[in-house]
Design a protein around this ligand. Structure first.
Ligand code: 5MM
Length: 342
């Protein structure tokens, strides 16, 4: 049973559907200041607040971005910044036909009692922050748990702790009228085979959906942002896109309850063409939820390299991003409607 009042519930459902429908995906541009600064420096751009703002402005003002992207996830810094023309980012996004989103976790920390496993933080004061983000125009939010495959990991305790945090975050979002995008990312790091990623992803999703049920999170107002089921990046195993698609959909099909608004995959460090090939192969399989993309690096990395901070390369960088967005949107299946409409 939904915990929010009716009008809010209907609005949550509508926003969640809009995020995953109409052959569009979500652009993840929510790198923390530290991550974004490191990526800018690597591309030869001075990592100042202005540099980060200019880069995000380049991304969101890419011509016709709304044709393949429904919403953009920003970080706290960008949500409070303004475009060069003076418009705050959330308003500019709305003007451009894009839903404003916000990353609300505050990063990961070591989880005591584990062999180096991580738990994501940010629950303290979250309801007040969400109220402010809603006031600033955020319509959806994102929280990422980071799960590493190792000899003895992921441990049940790390999965439970991360699932508990994701569920508390998701229910706080819905109480604030914001759609939660729940991201339990099983990293690609390692030499493990695809089967190991499948079992770790199954365990992570099982813990997550148990916690979401216990927290009475409304799944029709929720989007899942999972990893694809792939071999580790150091594994000699080579899997064709059809095998990745089959394994990924099988894992999701075994765990996901009815009614979820949709699934928007992260790219996790896959090359852009690989992530797109996997997404395309998944569209060949019938699923009860719309499957789309919520890529970060697989959409923006080539554009950042093209730009390198030069004003006269903004148009070329935007063309690079637009090409990748079009390519991913083009592989999406036509039906964006969730099956459960009651
Ligand atoms: C864009 O990067 C997001 C934020 O990362 P940090 O907080 O670590 O700086 C990240 O959560 C991202 O949304 C997901 O990992 C998906 O991005 P990729 O590049 O894996 O598609």
């Amino acid at each position: 049973m939904p915990i929010a009042p009716d009008a809010t519930t209907a609005a949550l459902h509508a926003t969640a559907r809009e995020l995953v429908a109409d052959r569009r995906g979500i652009l993840a541009a929510d790198e923390s200041i530290a991550t974004m600064s490191a990526r800018l420096e690597k591309a030869g751009v001075t990592p100042t607040g202005t540099g980060r703002r200019d880069y995000r402005e380049l991304l969101v003002t890419t011509p016709d971005l709304h044709e393949g992207v429904s919403g953009v996830i920003l970080c706290d810094e960008t949500l409070r910044q303004r475009l060069a023309d003076g418009r705050p980012f959330p308003r500019a996004l709305r003007d451009l036909g894009l839903l404003p989103g916000i990353k609300v976790d505050t990063g990961t920390t070591h989880l005591p009692g584990t062999a180096g496993e991580l738990v994501t933080e940010g629950l303290d004061g979250l309801p007040a922050r969400l109220a402010e983000y809603a006031e600033l125009g955020a319509r959806f939010a994102k929280w990422r748990a980071v799960i590493r495959i190792g000899e003895a990991t992921p441990s049940p305790w790390a999965l439970a702790a991360n699932a508990h945090a994701l569920a508390r975050y998701a229910s706080a979002c819905q109480a604030a009228g914001i759609v939660p995008v729940v991201e339990p990312e099983v990293l690609m790091d390692g030499a493990h085979p695809l089967s190991r990623c499948a079992s770790a992803t199954t365990d992570a999703l099982t813990a997550l959906f148990d916690a979401l049920r216990d927290a009475r999170v409304d799944l029709r107002g929720t989007v899942l942002k999972p990893n694809m089921v792939v071999p580790g990046d150091g594994s000699p195993q080579r899997c064709p896109p059809a095998a990745v698609a089959r394994a990924t959909v099988d894992v999701l099909g075994a765990v996901l309850p009815d009614g979820l608004a949709g699934v928007a995959f992260l790219s996790g460090g896959q090359a852009p063409e690989t992530a797109t090939a996997h997404l395309a192969a998944m569209q060949e399989i019938d699923t009860p939820w719309p499957l789309t993309f919520s890529f970060g690096r697989a959409l923006v990395s080539p554009a950042l390299l093209e730009w390198r901070g030069a004003p006269d390369r903004v148009a070329a960088a935007q063309a690079t991003l637009a090409r990748l967005v079009r390519r991913n949107a083009a592989v999406l299946r036509g039906s964006g409607a969730p099956l459960q409409t009651a």
